[in-house]
Design a protein around this ligand. Sequence first.
Ligand code: GDG
Length: 482
Amino acid sequence: MSKTIIVSNRLPVEFKISGNRIQSTPSVGGLATGLKSVHATGESLWIGWPGLTSEQIGDFDVALNRTASESRMANVFLKQAEVRDFYFGFSNKSLWPLFHYFLEYTLYDPKQWDAYYRVNQKYAECVLAHAEEGDRIWIHDYQLMLVPSMIREKRPDVSIGFFLHIPFPAFEIFRTCPWRDELLSGLLGADLIGFHTYDYVQHFLNSVKRIKGFSVKFNEVDANGRTVKVDSFPMGVDFNKFHFSAAKYEVTGQQFQSDLVNRLQDHLKQYPDSRLILSIDRLDYTKGIPNRIRAFQYFLERHPEYIGKVRLVMLAVPSREDVPQYRKLKRETDELVGRVNGKFATIDWTPIWYFYRSLPYEDLVALYTTSHIAMITPLRDGMNLVAKEYVATRIERDGVLILSEMAGAANELSQALLINPENMNQISETLDQALRMPLEEQRHRMEAMQKRLSRYTIEKWANDFVTSLEKTVRNTPNPAAC
Ligand code: GDG
């Protein structure tokens, strides 16, 4: 029976070796969260890095492979220097900032590019070792953009899909990359290339035309005689899982183990008129965290009537601490939070509750359900699943979503209050609007968004992609040459 091979930089779990035992914890992040439900249901094998370097693994490689294979996973082992140059290097110092329009953070180092190339080859070899006739290979994200053509060279018969979870930038941005040609050739080894939005598709096709000189008809590229289909597949969330977890929580009033959520509950009981504004992201410069804090400060200055009545509950999940910009962002965020709290706090009110850690799933759901407003203001974001999860958990259909128009999710969630994350005045006035919004209007907007999200779920996203991949391959049997 044929299977789907999912390939991503990281496996959906993180392994730890303690004493002579291997422990695993689920990874946090959009891709892991999204694909876990796909892996749980189907005939699949997941290939990726287990999160430990070969030096840390030592003699545990065989045991780690055994543990991984019990959950239908296969490890790609990476040395410390490879993680440094491929992951923290080219992936996160070149591609991530470039694709999110942060040219000032984008660094190019040929040594890191070489590591990127070599590590992509490692992933391709691991796939080749596991691919059987009729298998579908589904490669994910910006760390693995060369893998499609590396597999295609050796196995012209297999069907290959690629999905990019981050934006594909406009041609004028993408063209600045010294390895733009190689990256496009790498991707064009696939039969189907998917993006979150129509705009990203257009940006990609534009770069293919102008850089590779290939002809493009509608959404098909003629890549030297091979047809490559390019389309948008907006990723959804596991709507029922979030919705029913929230319902369970509301009905049972269940108390969670976490101090944080219990204190929020106590706070709301004590001050039922108090309003909680939630923000959740990985601590990443693309997520617009400093802008959000500045806008919240501006809001308190412009609307002193809310002092003592609203709170920003800000969960920032540690991320990529080995990249200097992330350490700088952490310092900046700490300072800004300190500044706002220092300026406005009273003995019994602190404007920002700031948490720098990740929380278990149940606590995340409890945070979504206890917050009256979600304020999500990325400067650039491929999709943003947090916005969709917040909507999914609002079982009473109350609550307001304030969402940056720079997030891919804004295309689908047009009933959110959309803002430009650079416009402090607009964010401040939108917060005021959200806090004053009548319940009827909240429900009207929430209902429309829930309707969409309950239809376009994560399962639908995965099925649409895989079905489209199968159709592409059936309709256009591709010649061997890439
Ligand atoms: C990339 C793209 C695109 C967060 N904190 C905790 C936690 N999370 C989970 C959320 C959500 C996921 O992580 C974050 O997803 P996002 O989409 O918001 O952001 P990225 O990590 O940047 O994801 C993004 C995504 O890929 C998918 O294609 O949408 O644009 O950048 O699911 O729930 N989960 C738990 N504890 C936390 O503290 N358990």
